[in-house]
Design a protein around this ligand. Structure first.
Ligand code: B1M
Length: 215
């Protein structure tokens, strides 16, 4: 059966949850590779949502509905994705920094890492610096991911990295940061290993990082 990936993308951008669930189930039942469904249907749909939002052609309630649609489709896909050998899996601690309630981009990044076989411990929004450090001590992740959407909360990222250093565990993990106001320059300034401009590139950059640093 031919799967209409464009239609699936469109169902995401339109936030048509039930229809998207139907199509996702159908695609899985008829043998579509979960990774292909993710990369050709779901992710392009979310990319489009980001694009429309940036251009002011989509508004918050619609974006939230699209994110919910994506999340529901991922619920269907997740058990199948974990069976796939999609690359080097590892453990990730992920959260939004203190004072910041934005979670859509963070959750998207989490989904991408889960899709790539990572075990993602999502500690949530508005997380104090100690919560990141404590989670890192407890769970020993390969990757620690932080998200910030406000210029006023970005400095927390550097503080978390300093606390990791003080705890003597900084070098045991890669630190990746993202969020609309975050830049590569800022990541370099605070000593993060990686900056991802979007959730889609986050996994790829992390894989490249480990390939370079483990060779
Ligand atoms: Co807020 N907000 N907000 N907001 N909000 C912004 C960020 C803002 C740019 C809007 C504006 O003024 N133009 C502005 C920040 C200005 C600044 O500091 N530069 C702003 C403000 C000011 C505020 C409040 C202060 C408003 C107020 O109350 N006066 C308030 C602050 C609350 C707080 O956090 N303490 C606030 C509140 C909110 C809501 C709660 C209403 C809601 C959040 C709902 C939620 O997240 N559940 C909200 C929203 C929705 C937005 C906008 C409109 C959209 C953010 C979003 O979800 N984008 C945003 C304007 C905008 O960005 N255009 C805005 C979609 C999402 C997919 O993109 O999160 O950037 P994004 O994620 C991207 C990349 O950044 C990257 O991947 C994603 C794409 O693939 N990425 C990562 C993100 N995290 C990553 C982590 C990674 C890797 C990649 O690895 C770890």
């Amino acid at each position: 059966m031919n799967i209409d990936f464009e239609r699936i993308s469109e169902l995401i951008t339109k936030g048509q949850i039930e229809q998207l669930q139907e199509q996702t189930n159908q695609a899985i039942e008829t043998g579509t590779e979960p990774a292909i469904l993710l990369n050709k249907g779901l992710l392009p749909g979310m990319d489009k949502v980001g694009q429309l939002w940036r251009n002011g052609d989509m508004f918050m309630p619609e974006v939230l509905r699209s994110a919910k649609a994506m999340s529901k489709a991922m619920d269907i896909l997740r058990p199948h994705l974990s069976k796939d050998d999609m690359g080097s899996a590892g453990k990730m601690v992920l959260g939004t920094v203190a004072g910041d309630l934005h979670d859509i981009g963070k959750d998207l990044a989490g989904m991408m890492f889960e899709g790539a076989g990572y075990e993602v411990l999502n500690i949530g929004i508005d997380q104090p610096n100690e919560a990141f450090v404590n989670a890192a001590i407890e769970h020993k992740p390969d990757v620690l991911g932080m998200s910030a959407l406000l210029t006023t909360t970005m400095p927390r990222m550097g503080e978390v990295i300093n606390s990791l250093k003080e705890s003597g565990i900084r070098d045991e993990m890669a630190v990746i940061i993202g969020g609309a106001p975050v830049t590569k320059e800022f990541a370099d300034e605070i000593g993060a290993d990686l900056y991802a401009p979007n959730a889609g590139s986050a996994v790829e950059l992390t894989k490249q990082y480990f390939a370079q640093n483990n060779s």
